[in-house]
Ligand binder design. Structure first.
Ligand SMILES: Nc1nc2c(c(=O)[nH]1)N[C@H]1C(S)=C(S)[C@@H](COP(=O)(O)OP(=O)(O)OC[C@H]3O[C@@H](n4cnc5c(=O)[nH]c(N)nc54)[C@H](O)[C@@H]3O)O[C@H]1N2
Ligand SMILES: Nc1nc2c(c(=O)[nH]1)N[C@H]1C(S)=C(S)[C@@H](COP(=O)(O)OP(=O)(O)OC[C@H]3O[C@@H](n4cnc5c(=O)[nH]c(N)nc54)[C@H](O)[C@@H]3O)O[C@H]1N2
Ligand code: SF4
Ligand SMILES: [Mo]
Length: 692
């Protein structure tokens, strides 16, 4: 316990770039108040609405507080409480039996229910590695963007969030920060008050887009073309920083040749916007080096997502914006604080390491994987899945296939959860997990440049246990003796980072735990003098690494799989492009079961443009069916020009069982992967909409 008289220090655990520092007030063993820490510079004393209600979630009457085993049919969600003794006995005997025979038939499935490095991927990974289980490629969110940055800058690095307050031009590109990056938005507004121009690039007039000076509503999945069109104008207008180009970039001539094929007229056609908008955007962007781009993941969930990120990342190197701390790009800052993955996850525990490694399953194709019978190419059929920190039945694409996989009677499913989610309903064994207030953790952030420590404020609620402790319990029951499986959370946290890296100068676990957070030692304008982390040390317009892999070494525009350009026949049958970005009051599917937050969102909606609604006889408020060959969902239509013509927007991610028809947007999304990184293509999805 943190012994401070007034409050305990915690870190918001959610998958959000802001990674806020929290102060928790505890009375009689219950959290009664959760507030933003005023002393933590990124947080500035403010939490979002969702997490200000965190106490409601921690002490919710529906919290899972005891281990349970299934008594009903698969997916029915009927359970009976059992002891930890019995639960660990069931888990150990089933997993032990499979591991002894076909270890790759076991698959761990996890994502970012908590961003904590200890409750995320430490003891759990060690445990699965020791068994020799299949490995999971954790690509559901950011892998295309991470690859785009890696092949351009060398890693997921970018501007400090604070410096956007000093920018003169801010492009908010594929993000809706009022909903999903609130503390960045505060800085953008500060810049606005100082005269900065804010431009949103988004097919949808989001809460953020409506508050910017300009909104450029391009067709989804066409951002790569827009960035190349901007380059065309920057080059032909000669708004380039030639000294920067020579000293700190690689492959300018090749990029120039590529960009010159993207005239504003061609790009206008691809993006469905006016030619003059492209020219003006490029000129404004090139008019100052204090030009900052807050790129976000909305633009990357399509076929060409990796290339689009690469193209956009080239812009500040062309104009020399990286010379200023108020210029550059931020998509993710997570690469500044390198974790020590070998220490945390111990891949050396894999039997056969490093020569023979178990297969890798891309989590975006969990539907196909769970419904696969097994063969030489795929490997053995999956017989057991262990889910923690994730809710795949609601969040994974092509949900009908995912649910069919989880419904298999012969699949042994363990779910570690705080609540009985859509996925928990399919568990054979449902194990109660602690929340952030009840366990220890250490965090980095993908939106700012601090590392943070989370100390338990409360004893575990009921019989809940931290993920780490649950895996230690099962490992012990299986008779495993590997010491790494039984390390205490505190010892794991102490090994989380590559502390010897100069960004950690003066920071170690002990001081971090005492102080709550520490600012990384990252230069204000990190690439003012080059120093990119690529093989050439330069910003790589041309990537030799990609060329060696047989891929296009230059950024390009790739039409979405599901678009008139990419699949004309499909587009004739399903003419509308569906995107399903985050709803403000949910965090992915977390918080959907918190009544006050769900009430604010109301019910599942889809936004439709009047032109598309009228031609289908749909009026505002009508109930509609959204469908394609993969599946269908129902929602209430909101007819307005928020959605550009041809676009359907269903803010997400609803719990299926809390939606009127028991379905959500992932009924229609596909398991196809992005160009780079193998990410999901949630926003590369054609549908039709009809009135019911
Ligand atoms: N409140 C809330 N906050 C969240 C989340 C949440 O669910 N709710 N989720 C968290 C997670 S996991 C993540 S990864 C981040 C996501 O963070 P972001 O990626 O910033 O997600 P959004 O804020 O919804 O912004 C996505 C925006 O991109 C737009 N968009 C969709 N397709 C395209 C496209 O092809 N091109 C362009 N230019 N724009 C497009 C959408 O209309 C939407 O307004 O947010 C995190 N924060
Ligand atoms: N249609 C559509 N689908 C999407 C997206 C979209 O924009 N549109 N966004 C995608 C993105 S960006 C992401 S990141 C994924 C997110 O998908 P997930 O990572 O699955 O995120 P959540 O839905 O929030 O589910 C996290 C679960 O972890 C649980 N949890 C939290 N902390 C702990 C813990 O300490 N221990 C255990 N055992 N459990 C814990 C929570 O209760 C919650 O149920 O969804 C993706 N799916
Ligand atoms: S969800 Fe994001 S904005 Fe909200 S408290 Fe957590 S880190 Fe801060
Ligand atoms: Mo995400």
């Amino acid at each position: 316990m943190n012994a401070s008289a007034d409050f305990a220090r915690a870190v918001c655990p959610h998958d959000c770039p802001d990674t806020c520092a929290m102060r928790v007030t505890v009375e009689d063993g219950r959290a009664i108040k959760i507030a933003g820490d005023p002393d933590h510079p990124p947080t500035q004393g403010v939490l979002c609405t969702k997490v200000s209600r965190y106490a409601e979630r921690v002490h919710h009457p529906m919290r899972l507080t005891q281990p349970m085993k299934r008594v009903g049919r698969k997916g029915e969600g009927r359970f009976e409480s059992i002891s930890w003794e019995e639960a660990s006995e069931i888990a150990a005997s089933r997993l032990g039996e499979i591991a002894a025979r076909t270890p790759e038939a076991i698959l761990p499935y996890s994502y970012a229910g908590t961003m904590g490095l200890v409750q995320g991927d430490s003891i759990a990974q060690r445990f699965f590695h020791k068994l020799g289980a299949s490995r999971l490629d954790r690509t559901i969110c950011a892998a295309a963007g991470a690859a785009g940055l890696r092949y351009t800058y060398g890693s997921s690095v970018g501007m400090h969030m604070e410096h956007f307050a000093e920018s003169e031009v801010i492009l908010i590109w594929g993000g809706n920060p009022i909903a999903s990056n609130l503390h960045f938005w505060t800085r953008a507004q500060e810049a606005k008050r100082n005269g900065a121009k804010l431009i949103a690039i988004d097919p949808y007039r989001s809460l953020t887009a409506e508050k910017c000076h300009q909104h450029i509503a391009l067709k989804p999945g066409t951002d790569g073309a827009l960035a190349l069109g901007m380059m065309y104008v920057l080059i032909t207008d000669n708004r380039l920083d030639n000294d920067y180009l020579v000293a700190h970039t690689h492959g300018y001539e090749a990029l120039k040749a590529r960009a010159l094929t993207y005239s504003p007229a061609r790009v206008a056609e691809i993006c469905g916007i006016d030619e003059q908008v492209i020219v003006d955007l490029a000129r404004l962007y090139g008019s100052t080096r204090k030009a900052a781009i807050r790129m976000n993941y909305g633009l990357q969930r399509v076929r060409g997502g990796g290339n689009a990120v690469r193209a956009i990342a080239c812009l500040p190197a062309l104009t020399g914006a990286w010379r200023e701390r108020a210029g550059g790009v931020l998509l993710s800052s997570s690469g500044w604080a390198n974790i020590d993955a070998n220490a945390l996850q111990r891949p050396d525990l894999i039997p056969g390491w490093p020569k023979r490694l178990p297969r890798v399953i891309n989590m975006n194709q969990i539907g196909n994987a769970l419904t696969h019978a097994g063969d030489a190419a795929f490997g053995p059929k999956i017989e057991a899945i262990v889910v923690y920190n994730s809710n795949p039945v609601a969040v994974a694409p092509d949900s009908r296939t995912v649910a069919a996989g989880f419904a298999r009677e012969d699949l042994f499913t363990i779910v570690l959860e705080q609540f009985q989610t859509d996925t928990a309903d399919y568990a054979d064994l449902l194990l109660p997990a602690t929340t952030q207030l009840e366990h220890l953790d250490v965090h980095k952030s993908y939106g700012h440049t601090y590392v943070m420590a989370n100390v338990p404020a409360l004893a575990p609620v009921g019989e809940a246990r931290p993920n780490t402790e649950i895996f230690r319990t099962i490992a012990r029951k299986m008779g495993l003796t590997e010491p790494a499986l039984f390390e205490a959370d505190e010892d794991v946290a102490a090994q989380a980072f590559q502390w010897g890296d100069p960004v950690f100068d003066g920071i170690d676990w002990t001081s971090l735990k005492a102080n709550g957070w520490a600012k990384l030692n990252v230069a204000d304008a990190p690439f003012a003098n080059g120093g990119f982390r690529t093989p050439s040390g330069k910003c790589e317009f041309y990537s030799d690494v990609l060329a060696k892999m047989g891929l296009d070494p230059l950024p390009d525009y790739l039409p979405p799989y599901e678009s008139a350009d990419g699949a004309p026949e499909l587009a004739a049958r399903y003419p509308l492009a569906m995107i399903s970005p985050p709803a403000r009051n949910f965090l992915n599917s977390t918080f959907v079961n918190i009544e006050s937050l769900r009430a604010t969102e109301g019910e599942p909606h889809v936004d439709l443009n009047p032109a598309d609604a009228v031609s289908r006889g749909i009026a505002d408020g009508d109930e509609v069916r959204v469908f394609n060959d993969r599946g269908a969902m129902r929602a209430r239509a909101r007819v307005s020009d928020r959605a550009r013509e041809g676009l359907v927007v269903g803010l997400s991610i609803w719990w299926k069982k809390l939606s009127p028809d028991g379905r959500n947007a992932n009924e229609v999304t596909s398991q196809a992967l992005t160009d780079l990184g193998g990410s999901a293509t949630f926003y590369d999805c054609l549908v039709e909409v009809e009135r019911v």
